[in-house]
Ligand binder design. Structure first.
Ligand code: FES
Length: 169
C-alpha cells in the first residue's frame, strides 16, 4: 500500500540560489496561506498588491514563484502540475520548478534561457501552424523564455509564509 503523505509533512523546497527573486534578501516573511489549503500536488495563486504569487506543493516541498509563465506571462496556476513540472495553459510550454529550467519549449518556439533558438512546433495530431513573416513572427522568434525566480518559503504554525520584496517607494 502506498504511503500517504499528510500536509503536516510539507516543507519548503530548495531551489537554485542564483534564481532567488531580486529584493528578497532582506525582506521579511509574510503569511500567505494555511498549509491545509494547499495539499500536495496542487497550486494556487495568492495576490499581494501588484504581485501574483504561485504557491505549489510538490513532493519536493513548497515553492513560491510568480504566477506568470516564463514565456509570455500566462497564469500557471490554471495549468497542469505533474511532479515538479508545470505545464502552461497557453502554448504547451513545460517548466521544471526544481531546476527553474524549460522542459519543453512553447509551440511558438523562440529563445530558451541560454539564448538558443528553437523553431515553432505543433502538438501531435494538429496541423503545423503557418507563421507568416512579419513583426509577430519576429516577436515570437526573439522572445526569450526565462527561468523561474523564487521567493523563499517557510512553514510556521501551519501557515505558508513567503518573502515578498517590499514595494518600491
Ligand atoms: S505563455 Fe506559457 S507557454 Fe506561452
Amino acid at each position: 500500500m502506498p504511503l500517504m503523505r499528510s500536509t503536516t509533512e510539507a516543507h519548503p523546497a530548495t531551489f537554485p540560489l542564483r534564481l532567488q527573486a531580486i529584493g528578497t534578501a532582506d525582506a521579511p516573511y509574510r503569511p500567505m496561506l494555511a498549509l491545509a489549503e494547499l495539499p500536495e500536488g496542487t497550486m494556487r495563486r495568492v495576490t499581494i498588491g501588484e504581485l501574483d504569487v504561485l504557491l505549489v506543493n510538490t513532493d519536493r516541498g513548497v515553492f513560491a514563484t510568480d504566477d506568470r509563465c516564463p514565456h509570455m506571462s500566462a497564469p500557471l496556476s490554471i495549468g497542469v502540475l505533474e511532479g515538479c513540472v508545470v505545464a502552461c495553459p497557453l502554448h504547451e510550454g513545460q517548466f521544471d520548478l526544481c531546476s527553474g529550467d524549460v522542459v519543453r519549449m512553447p509551440t511558438t518556439g523562440g529563445l530558451d534561457p541560454d539564448g538558443e533558438y528553437h523553431p515553432t512546433w505543433s502538438p501531435a495530431g494538429k496541423e503545423p501552424k503557418v507563421d507568416p513573416p512579419g513583426k509577430k513572427a519576429e516577436a515570437r522568434r526573439l522572445t526569450r523564455v526565462r527561468r523561474f525566480r523564487y521567493y523563499p518559503v517557510r512553514i510556521s504554525g501551519g501557515r505558508i509564509e513567503v518573502v515578498i520584496p517590499a514595494p518600491e517607494e
